[in-house]
Design a protein around this ligand. Structure first.
Ligand SMILES: Cc1cc2nc3c(=O)[nH]c(=O)nc-3n(C[C@H](O)[C@H](O)[C@H](O)COP(=O)(O)OP(=O)(O)OC[C@H]3O[C@@H](n4cnc5c(N)ncnc54)[C@H](O)[C@@H]3O)c2cc1C
Length: 237
């Protein structure tokens, strides 16, 4: 695995425990990737080499010039080796990056009724995929089911709600498992809402990313509803 130095050029707080990090590869390195792929970050912490995977959030670069930037979202896991370290870094800090990796890739062009299902930071690869889909002006109808516990945990809420407002073919279903009193949207788990929003599952494709239990249960449910096993793609965090 070949690692390159990257500089953190921008850090933004997205929600109380997750930040977006924009990296620029040093030494004129370029990094073409496909929507849905991930990178490995590496740091040497107290003599131990710690490597972790992070999905790329930015859409695939339009051209070679933009392929030196990548955006990631990182959720702080208190006591977690790499995230404790990353959350102490500042703009201008350096870290090592390798990639891109992974087969959890958007199949293009997207098909009528494609279903995307995420929990928590599992939204990351879908941000890359959907940013590309909207950039390409795709006219097909598709669904994003996004589950978190509380309103304050909805990562990229502004961008998601803006897409929902602007695109009639995009159906955003946010589902909270332990909502604040003021929430008036869906409550429960994403896998229990499928039939309520989607008609006819036989020829659909589904992309699942997030907690292993959500991925497993959603997969079972989709198969019961008629989605072919080979049309279900998933990544577990
Ligand atoms: C393909 C892939 C893509 C990923 N993409 C992302 C991403 O885009 N953003 C992101 O934030 N993470 C992502 N992850 C998770 C990431 O790789 C790390 O596991 C996570 O950041 C924790 O690393 P750490 O070194 O801080 O914690 P560790 O030191 O590895 O873990 C500390 C403890 O926390 C537990 N733990 C690990 N992860 C979590 C979690 N998410 N929530 C609660 N407890 C946890 C572990 O089981 C362990 O007991 C991805 C994982 C995979 C496999």
């Amino acid at each position: 695995m070949e690692f390159f130095n990257a500089e953190i050029v921008e850090i933004k707080e997205l929600i109380h425990n997750a930040k977006s990090f924009l990296f620029r590869l040093e030494d004129g390195k370029h990094f073409p990737y496909q929507a849905g792929q991930f990178v490995m970050l590496k740091a040497n912490l107290h003599g131990e080499e710690v490597k972790r995977a992070y999905s790329i959030v930015s859409p695939p670069p339009k051209d070679f010039k933009h392929a030196e930037y990548i955006e990631l979202i990182i959720k702080h896991v208190p006591g977690g080796k790499l995230t404790d370290y990353l959350f102490c870094l500042n703009e201008g800090s350096l870290i090592e990056v390798a990639g891109p990796f992974g087969q959890f890739i958007l199949k293009e062009p997207i098909q009528e009724g494609d279903i995307f299902m995420a929990t928590g930071s599992g939204i990351a690869p879908f941000m890359s995929m959907l940013r590309k889909v909207f950039r390409d002006h795709n006219p097909k109808e598709f669904y994003l089911f996004f589950g978190v516990r509380k309103m304050k945990e909805i990562i990229y809420a502004d961008e998601l709600y803006q897409w929902d407002k602007e695109h009639e073919n995009f159906h955003l279903i946010i589902c909270l498992s332990n909502p604040e009193k003021s929430w008036n949207g869906e409550i429960g788990y994403v896998q229990d809402l499928l039939e309520q929003y989607v008609d006819g599952f036989e020829n659909k494709q589904a992309y699942l990313c997030g907690l292993p239990i959500m991925v497993e249960q959603s997969k079972q449910k989709l198969i019961e509803l008629g989605v072919k096993k080979e049309n279900i793609y998933h990544e577990e965090y």
